[in-house]
Design a protein around this ligand. Structure first.
Ligand SMILES: *Cc1c(COP(=O)(O)O)cnc(C)c1O
Length: 443
């Protein structure tokens, strides 16, 4: 983009200047519609999410065998919801803002196998591919007990195929670990920001890690290019994959059941606000889709991004989606929140979901560290920086009265609100790395 084009964009969208200036901003989406009106634009249905849930159930016996730590959840990859009342108080003090309702944490950070939200989409995408190959080869039927896949016969079969993915770290971890377990050979194309320990861990699992000095967009493009020349290689396309999206979406119905068991009500008088850290958009987009299907218009989904990587806010706000990258505006896409270090949003997610997403905000890296330290000391829960992006959300919502008014959320309703901060990663961060994060938070 040249200077003139940027000036024109800023004239039409003054908020863009604040993004360029790396300010922390909050933007509530003026074009939201009801689920019924918005659903046709998504292009996916509750039936497809139900099929994804059923597929994950078919694989549960396999996952129990392949990952013994999964036995306690009977092979279902799901995380806990915990209340964080001490953190809620600390947030009120930090932002000098009362937070009406109760604040909870969704601990995808502690999902089995890979310790991040990517254990939903990434693993699901690999299982879908494996199932398809095995069924086409006539060695598997959907009625079978899928634990038969935990065998040399299947590992040998899958070893004829390979899987490739581009990642800032966590998607590579999820896909790498499950793929090598099944027997595939795997190439993970890692962007410059990916943490060293994630690369090391993957190599220990036998994954071929290809490193780039450039960012996520380049790692994905290179991975896609390499895979396209090999018909036996399946490229998991984080920028466009509906399969990944459906894997994430399964979270909605699962959360609904969890809330029922916990006697947490969600309805018109008890709104649910969910705060989702956003990178390319597949994870938060898919989860938001599942939440909308489960809770309808009573759930409000808010995306959080670093001030240095506000790609989804930029794409949805300007309507340019993946036709613009933050770098086009001179924003550097350099952030300690490595899971969110994405300069260009998914072309599919923004367009599919823009009518159903209530708001977007950005926060400074410094703020994520601050929140990381606060959560560790107040609640003894340790997360990676990206996973704290949602933590600023409850105060942002409560301080924007016009947004609440527009949605007919009065004093009574907000007092009944459930604020759910989606903790997207951190459960597998090595102790010495976590100690560095905590030290940085104290600085
Ligand atoms: C990947 C990731 C996200 C965001 O998911 P996207 O699909 O890239 O939007 C958030 N937090 C963490 C820790 C992640 O690894």
């Amino acid at each position: 983009m040249n200077t003139l084009e940027i000036e024109r964009l800023v004239a039409n969208y003054p908020l863009v200047q604040r993004l360029i200036d790396l300010e922390e901003v909050t933007w509530f989406n003026p074009i939201t519609v009801t689920l019924e009106e918005g659903l046709p634009y998504v292009g996916l249905t509750s039936k497809e999410v139900a099929e994804a849930e059923a597929r994950l159930r078919r694989f549960a016996p396999y996952l129990c065998l392949a990952f013994p730590e999964m036995q306690k959840s009977n092979g279902i990859i799901e995380s806990e919801v915990v209340e964080i009342p001490a953190m809620q108080k600390a947030l009120e003090q930090r932002y000098e803002q009362a937070i009406a309702g109760r604040v909870w944490l969704k601990k995808d950070s502690h999902l089995p196998i890979s310790g991040s939200i990517k254990a939903r989409g990434g693993i699901y995408a690999v299982l879908t591919y494996a199932e398809k190959l095995a069924i086409e080869a006539g060695i598997l039927d959907v009625e079978d007990d899928y634990s038969i896949m935990f065998s040399d016969k299947f590992r040998q079969f899958f070893s004829q195929y390979s899987i490739a993915v581009g990642s800032t770290g966590n998607l590579g971890m999820s896909i790498g670990i499950i793929s090598t377990k099944l027997g595939f050979s795997v190439n993970v194309h890692m962007s410059a920001d990916a943490r060293e320990w994630k690369k090391r861990k993957l190599r220990e699992h036998g994954v071929n890690v290809v490193e780039y000095v450039q960012d996520y967009g380049v790692a994905v493009a290179q991975g896609r290019k390499q895979a396209s020349s090999d018909p036996r290689c399946f490229f998991i396309d984080d920028e466009n994959s509906k399969t990944l999206f459906l894997g994430y979406a399964v979270a909605g119905g699962r959360l609904k059941k969890q809330f029922e068991q916990m006697n947490i009500t969600v309805d018109k008088n008890h709104p649910l606000f969910v705060y989702l850290p956003c990178g390319v958009g597949g994870g938060p987009g898919g989860v938001a889709f599942g939440l909308k299907l489960a809770f309808g218009d009573d759930v409000h989904c808010i995306f959080a991004e670093p001030t240095h990587s506000p790609c989804m806010l930029l794409g949805v706000h300007t309507g340019l989606h993946d036709n613009i990258a933050v770098q086009d505006l001179g924003i550097d896409n350099v952030t300690a929140a490595d899971g969110l270090a994405v300069g260009r949003a998914s072309g599919f997610v923004g367009r599919a979901m823009e009518r159903l997403l209530d708001g977007f905000y950005t926060l400074d890296d410094r703020e994520m560290y601050e929140l990381l330290g606060m959560l560790a000391s107040e609640e003894n829960i340790q997360l990676e920086p990206s996973a704290l992006a949602g933590m600023a959300g409850p105060a942002r919502v409560c301080m924007h009265q016009h947004y609440l008014d527009n949605h007919h959320i009065g004093e009574e309703q907000i007092a009944n609100a459930t604020h759910l901060v989606w903790a997207t990663g951190g459960g597998m961060v090595p102790a010495e790395e976590m100690a560095r994060y905590i030290a940085a938070a104290k600085n």
